[in-house]
Write a protein that binds this ligand. Structure first.
Ligand SMILES: [Zn+2]
Length: 79
């Protein structure tokens, strides 16, 4: 009887491990799938100097506003 219980325990262990591993793989795949929309969904802001729209990560944020480049940040907002 104990051998049967051990057999069931081993089967449950294998099933549980496979379930955990497949869950992990699925999470990794969905995480990768989320990357492109995240990049596309990045905030694009207009440069306060020239008005060119630049992704927030590529521009320069200053107290006076957002700029497409450090050169325009130094020039400041267009009057
Ligand atoms: Zn600019």
């Amino acid at each position: 009887m104990s051998k049967v219980l051990l057999f069931i325990a081993v089967l449950l262990g294998i099933w549980w491990m496979r379930r955990v591993m497949s869950d992990h793989g699925g999470a990794a795949r969905s995480h990768e799938a989320e990357q492109p929309p995240k990049a596309l969904g990045e905030t694009v802001r207009p440069c306060a100097h020239c008005g060119v729209h630049v992704p927030e990560s590529e521009g320069v944020i200053d107290a006076g506003g957002f700029y497409c480049s450090d050169a325009h940040r130094r020039l400041g907002p267009r009057a």
